[in-house]
Design a binder for this molecule. Structure first.
Ligand SMILES: NC(=O)c1ccc[n+]([C@@H]2O[C@H](COP(=O)([O-])OP(=O)(O)OC[C@H]3O[C@@H](n4cnc5c(N)ncnc54)[C@H](O)[C@@H]3O)[C@@H](O)[C@H]2O)c1
Ligand SMILES: N[C@@H](CCC=O)C(=O)O
Length: 546
């Protein structure tokens, strides 16, 4: 980009969601690409300073719905590779930081266009195979949300740079938004390919260089994100790809004096552990590292007697079971008034009974795939078993767990008599919805329970037609969710429309895909230039006379 024009970032737009309905071109292209991907097992290296590195410490990535199907083996990083990645980030930083903002943004804008075009079936196919997502769930994640992150972030970054102070006569005040001094550590979760794409690229857009640790279970789909960025022209060393176990990568990264910030999404326990490590390491860092983390949730739907019962039941079903309930935003606990329960129950159970579960990459008619891996399966199963043995819980639907072919947990609806039941409090991160039916007359105390029952505050939804009630619930549940929905399910936030993130134990609420997130990756420098600097030290009041 030359300096002979004030170039503007093209206006961002949300990538349209394709339908994949029978007979469509996108369906044919996706099926063909899934076929190709399924036939080839990858061996995935680390990528440090643009060079592939093989450690020989291999781990598998498998298709959750068919664990016999190995998608890839990947090389895992140890301390030596982490140190090499930090060195590569250091080396790449000066040229990357010096590149004009518009030139950096152009790489991500190009990546978005490549993704929306020829790369679409690859990213969606890889996500369907690796995260067991249906065509729709893959499309909104690994195509649309990634493209949206890249296009909107480019525009938000431009907005930040345009934010300038006023100047008095004879003075020109300026603020430059410098990248952080050091490297940024991006640590990404398994459940959204889009989050894996956003966490390293948001700090990179603002001029930082990055060490990226993907989740071990999804190194396969994440690998294609890296290849796409390379195809769009990302220079070597800007994002260094270092898969490996959490501690093996995390500990040496957090011990580095050059560590300048972490961009994390994952569980609350891991984030809190890393925060403690960072606090302990503080004296060795050059500055105060930026700590940005979006974490767990125990997301609620609160129904009022004035709600449309069919809309409420549908939101419960879609909100709880899409993507196997493995969205941090998934509806996990619900409060339904007695007066509405018979109709809601009937509709919900009919919808759940109609859910087809299976291999979503093979059979496009399924609604749910498998949960990500053995660890997730065992953990979710333990909650289902707990519900089965609890005198305060009754399983209304589902409750079957079968890992013979894939890690399948059927969509499970549990009714509890105790609103403080373990299943109402803890994040399960699977297809389990727990419902407490409350007496209509106890609305106020049930709302208070909803607010206080879990340590999280990520997403929440209320269903009511009575406007006064909508206002009242919005007020009383103000701090219970960072993303709050009225008469809609609590999942499916769209970049540019519903900036995403929660508070309390759910994270730092820096809102992924927003200006507020990008501001965390810069360290502003204020510059005052005086056009006529004084040449004498005296002030006018010192002159003689009255
Ligand atoms: N709030 C949000 O926006 C949001 C979005 C998606 C997922 N999530 C949350 O993520 C969780 C599910 O994802 P997950 O199972 O991948 O989470 P996780 O915490 O198990 O893992 C997240 C990442 O942290 C890494 N990690 C683990 N220990 C580490 C350590 N000591 N040092 C460095 N890295 C380490 C993992 O390898 C992985 O890459 C759920 O709790 C879900 O609610 C939150
Ligand atoms: N942003 C996604 C959730 C991301 C967490 O897993 C949603 O709104 O459903």
């Amino acid at each position: 980009m030359s300096s002979f024009g004030n170039f503007r970032i093209p206006a961002p737009f949300n990538e349209p969601v394709l339908s994949y309905a029978p007979g469509t071109a996108e369906r044919r292209a996706l099926k063909a690409r899934i076929g190709e991907l399924s036939r080839e097992e990858l061996e995935i290296p680390l990528v440090i300073g643009g060079k592939e590195v093989r450690t020989g410490k291999l781990a598998d990535v498998r298709a959750p719905h068919r664990h016999a199907h190995r998608l890839a083996r990947f090389h895992q990083a140890g301390e030596a590779e982490v140190n090499a990645a930090i060195a590569a980030a250091r080396e790449a930083r000066p040229a990357w930081a010096a590149m004009p903002y518009q030139a950096r943004a152009a790489i991500f804008l190009k990546a978005a266009d490549l993704l929306a075009g020829g790369w679409r079936p690859t990213l969606n196919g890889a996500t369907m195979l690796n995260q067991s997502k249906t065509p729709y769930q893959a499309e909104i994640d690994s195509c649309c949300e990634i493209a949206d992150f890249w296009r909107f972030n480019a525009a938000f970054g431009e907005q930040i740079l345009a934010e300038q102070p006023i100047s008095s006569p004879g003075v020109w005040n300026r603020v430059e938004y410098r990248p952080l001094e050091g490297f940024v550590f991006a640590v990404t979760p398994f459940n959204f390919t889009s989050i894996a794409a956003n966490l390293p690229t948001a700090p990179a857009l603002m001029g930082n260089t990055v060490v990226w640790k993907p989740a071990s279970s999804t190194v396969y789909s994440n690998w294609f994100v890296l290849k796409l960025l390379e195809a769009a022209g990302l220079p070597p060393g800007v994002i260094n790809f270092v898969p490996g176990s959490g501690r093996a990568v995390g500990d040496p990264v957090l011990a580095s004096p050059e560590f300048a910030g972490i961009h994390f999404t994952g569980s609350t326990a891991v984030f809190q552990g890393m925060w403690r490590t960072i606090a302990g390491n503080l004296p060795r860092y050059k500055g105060y590292p930026r700590i940005v983390g979006e974490t767990g949730g125990k997301d609620f739907i609160f129904g009022h007697a004035s709600a449309d019962p069919d809309a409420l039941a549908t939101a419960l079903c879609r909100g709880a079971f899409e993507a196997q309930g493995q969205k941090c935003s998934a509806a996990s606990r619900a409060y339904v008034p007695e007066s509405l329960w018979p109709r809601v129950k009937e509709k919900l159970l009919a919808q759940v009974a109609s859910i087809k579960m299976g291999d979503p990459a093979e059979d496009f008619s399924v609604f749910m795939g498998a949960v990500i891996d053995r660890g997730a399966f065992d953990s979710i199963k333990s909650y289902v078993e707990f519900a089965k043995s609890s005198p305060e819980a009754k399983i209304l639907a589902g409750g079957e767990c079968d890992d013979s072919v894939g890690y399948f947990v059927s969509p499970t609806v549990v009714q509890v008599t105790n609103p403080r039941h373990k299943l109402m409090e803890e994040e399960i991160f699977g297809p389990v919805l727990t419902i407490y039916v409350y007496p209509d007359a106890k609305l106020d105390e049930t709302v208070a329970l909803c607010d206080a029952t879990s340590p999280y505050a990520l997403t929440g939804a209320i269903f009511a037609q009575d406007r006064a009630v909508v206002e009242q619930l919005g007020e009383k549940l103000r701090d219970a969710a960072g993303n709050f929905y009225v008469n809609d399910k609590p999942t499916g936030a769209v970049v540019g429309q519903q900036p995403f993130g929660g508070a309390r134990a759910s994270g730092t609420n820096d809102k992924a895909g927003s200006m507020w997130n990008l501001i965390r990756w810069v360290s502003p420098r204020t510059i005052k230039e005086n056009f006529a600097p004084p040449t004498r030290i005296e002030y006018p009041h010192q002159a003689s006379g009255e």
